[in-house]
Design a protein around this ligand. Structure first.
Ligand code: ADP
Ligand code: MG
Length: 695
């Protein structure tokens, strides 16, 4: 089967067409073609009559005879065929491939015609470039469900359109029987009522009815998700055997802080997470844990407490944030704590001055520094530690397995424990696929005393009322964020909008100190502005999405989002998370244009309706699709051929459970019944790049 699957596509399609398939669709092998699944099936089970046609944009199927064929040279060259069934007549028209069609079609032969009817003003009907098949042609009409394949313009011009691809699939399937081996053990096929691999391939391409199609889809989705899960769990298993985590079980520093300096009591979710982390850190295995918790759920303090466990056992710790603003903020918060505990801490970002940077790197290397806070600058090669024991990654859910692997190199003796934190709740299916090798902690509740943010949607005509409301809040002593979109494609336009907005706000609030932050400012300037707002020296902050993640200013109670229709759902949720961080009632105001398309409307309505990040994440997945949501289109983990993470959660859960059970009972797939798994798993390992992003 190895051989069969890896055969070069030119053996099947010929040199020229094979090359085209490679260039245009990335189909290099038999396997690639076989897994080039139809994206849709056209249901041709119903047949219309000419008289009953109505002006709808759908394609229809007719059955009848060609009565007359005429080549017209006047004006645009075309071929016109008069087509007739029991109820009437219409014209079929071709502008291309005229001589080929003329040779192919015969008068007074019964044909199926498939196409979109057009209604002319004079009442005549016609179909342009219909698909036409002889009724006695057995190769057509094997089924009423016709597969539709993605193709390209270039392929179509070169006679490699849908029909030809279907033809090649058929050719391939004929050779396949008896050659390809089953990839799932019989007991799984029986238990989950899955068709065999061969059956599934046949029915995914040429289903004879909906039931068989559904079964084939279920089987192939299961198989695809199952092997990914197997791989992820295997990564985890191998790692936990190989990476002997350093044991951090002296809790004295942790307890010192916990009992004397902790500024509040923890929520249950926070406590539970800390217990889970402690279990990991004292287990002797390397921790790889994902902590998800909605914005404001208090992940930072959890990270700090966990870091203390490592420091208290003689190791150094690092925390990496996605932006300088956020890194700075963590640094400042941790700096205060560090002073209470006599710990040494430093901040390292892209804008740290050379001299200071050298000083920091030196202190890090010799082990004077206990804590380093920073941005991606921390990953740079020349950042080395005396003994890095614990690494926290804040708000970077794109940080995949490969990048995490890079981190491990920062300690030559043992693999540092890793904690990834995200405030973008990840839908279960994505978490299982992208973070399937991690342990998961979730903080569901917010610290007590928080009131949910009130969210409202207004059109432009309400602006004066909004300004009035802002003024009232200012009188109460609160602070206000006003956020403008900034999207690369129209950056300069956005910049103008931001400036215009800033001016109109300064005019509306002449007596109020107003600050502004945007992407074009350098980080020192951003910092100064942020500081002023933090100290309540400015009362309104006009800004772009640079404040999207993490920023924490409890006195800010109003978040106005301009052109809210241009933001994604999780982004809106993140922005809203900047308010509602203190005990006062907070508000999120979504300003939009009058014209809203369907999905924008849905996003805005969702925001108004719910503040539950998990609910929002699930919806976002449905609206945007998984690739977009995680920024992961390129990722191998999501390069799925048939499964869809926004729809196939149920299948994924089963696949995950099955994979888990197998890894536990037969980790190397040595049991005879698992032979099919062993073969397929090793085959996939050898297929170049198949798993490179997740393994
Ligand atoms: P996020 O999970 O979004 O990163 P933060 O860690 O920034 O949230 O916490 C948000 C705010 O809540 C901070 O001001 C933090 O000090 C505060 N906080 C965290 N945990 C608690 C708690 N258990 N009780 C009260 N306030 C808390
Ligand atoms: Mg945070």
């Amino acid at each position: 089967m190895d051989n069969f699957f890896s055969r070069d596509i030119t053996l099947l399609a010929g040199l020229d067409k094979g090359q085209l398939l490679k260039d245009e669709l990335g189909i290099h092998t038999y396997e690639d073609l076989l897994k080039h699944y139809p994206f849709r099936y056209e249901d041709r089970s119903t047949q219309s009559t000419i008289a009953s046609l109505t002006p709808t944009p759908a394609s229809v199927q007719l059955q009848g005879y060609i009565r007359k064929l005429q080549k017209l040279d006047k004006g645009k060259k075309r071929l016109v065929a008069l087509f007739e069934d029991n109820t009437g007549q219409l014209n079929l028209i071709w502008f291309h491939s005229i001589s080929w069609i003329m040779k192919k079609i015969k008068a007074n032969v019964l044909y199926y015609v498939w196409g979109k009817p057009i209604f002319l003003p004079n009442g005549q009907k016609q179909i342009i470039h219909p698909e036409i098949n002889s009724v006695i042609d057995k190769s057509y009409k094997t089924s009423n469900l016709l597969p539709l394949y993605h193709s390209t313009e270039k392929l179509k011009i070169n006679q490699l359109g849908n029909k030809k691809i279907a033809f090649l699939q058929k050719k391939l399937l004929i050779q396949l029987n008896g050659v390809i081996e089953e990839t799932l053990p019989g007991y799984l096929l029986t238990r989950y009522r899955l068709p065999s691999s061969v059956e599934a391939f046949i029915h995914i391409h040429f289903p004879t009815n909906q039931t068989l199609l559904k079964q084939a889809q279920r089987r192939l989705k299961f198989e695809e998700l199952f092997f990914i899960q197997l791989k992820l769990l295997k990564v985890r298993q191998v790692r936990s055997e190989k990476e002997k985590g350093k044991i951090f079980n002296d809790l004295s520093l942790f307890n010192l802080f916990y009992h004397n300096h902790l500024p509040f009591s923890l929520t249950n979710g926070q406590k539970e997470t800390i217990r889970a982390i402690y279990r990991d850190l004292s287990s002797g295995k390397q921790m790889n844990r994902l902590l998800q918790g909605d914005v404001g759920s208090g992940k930072t303090i959890v990270a700090f407490l966990a870091m203390l466990m490592a420091i208290g056992n003689g190791a150094q710790v690092a925390i990496m944030a996605p932006t300088e603003i956020l890194a700075k903020q963590h640094f400042e918060r941790f700096y205060l704590f560090s002073q209470q505990l006599n710990l040494h801490i430093a901040l390292l970002t892209g804008s740290t001055k050379k001299k200071e940077r050298e000083h920091i790197l030196y202190r890090l290397k010799v082990g004077i520094l206990h804590i380093i806070v920073g941005t991606h600058a921390l990953l740079s090669d020349d950042v080395s530690f005396h003994e890095l024991g614990f690494f926290v990654i804040d708000e970077q859910h794109r940080f995949g397995v490969a990048q995490r692997a890079g981190l491990l190199k920062k300690n030559q003796i043992y693999a540092p424990h890793i904690l990834i934190m995200t405030a973008t709740p990840i839908p279960r299916t994505l978490a299982m696929t992208f973070y399937g090798d991690l342990d998961l902690s979730t903080i569901y509740e917010l610290p007590s005393g928080r009131q949910p943010v009130k969210t409202q949607h207004f059109y432009e005509n309400f602006r004066l009322k909004v300004f009035q409301f802002i003024r009232e809040q200012l009188l109460l002593g609160r602070q206000i964020y006003i956020v403008y979109p900034l999207i690369e494609a129209s950056a300069s336009l956005d910049y103008n909008n931001l400036m215009a907005g800033y001016e109109s706000i300064t005019r509306a609030f002449p007596d109020i100190p107003i600050g502004m932050i945007h992407g074009k400012m350098d980080s020192v300037a951003k910092d100064i502005e942020m500081k002023r707002f933090e100290k309540n020296e400015t009362r309104i902050l006009v800004t772009t999405t640079v404040i999207e993640v993490g920023v924490n200013i409890p006195n800010a109670t109003v978040m106005v989002i301009e052109s809210a229709e241009r933001f994604g759902l999780s982004q809106l949720h993140q922005l809203r998370g900047r308010v509602g961080r203190g005990s006062e009632q907070s508000y999120c105001i979504l300003m939009t244009d009058y014209r809203l398309n369907k999905t924008s409307k849905e996003r805005i309505e969702t925001m108004v309706k719910t503040s539950n990040g998990f609910e929002i994440a699930e919806l976002d997945l449905k609206l945007r699709g998984p690739g977009d949501l995680m920024g992961l289109q390129q990722s191998g983990a999501l390069n799925l051929k048939i499964a869809d993470l926004s729809k196939d959660a149920a299948i994924l859960e089963v696949a995950r459970d099955v994979a888990k059970a197998i890894i536990e009972q037969d980790p190397d797939f040595q049991h005879p019944v698992n032979l099919p798994i062993y073969r397929e798993y090793t085959r996939l390992l050898a297929v170049a790049g198949y798993w490179n992003k997740i393994g």
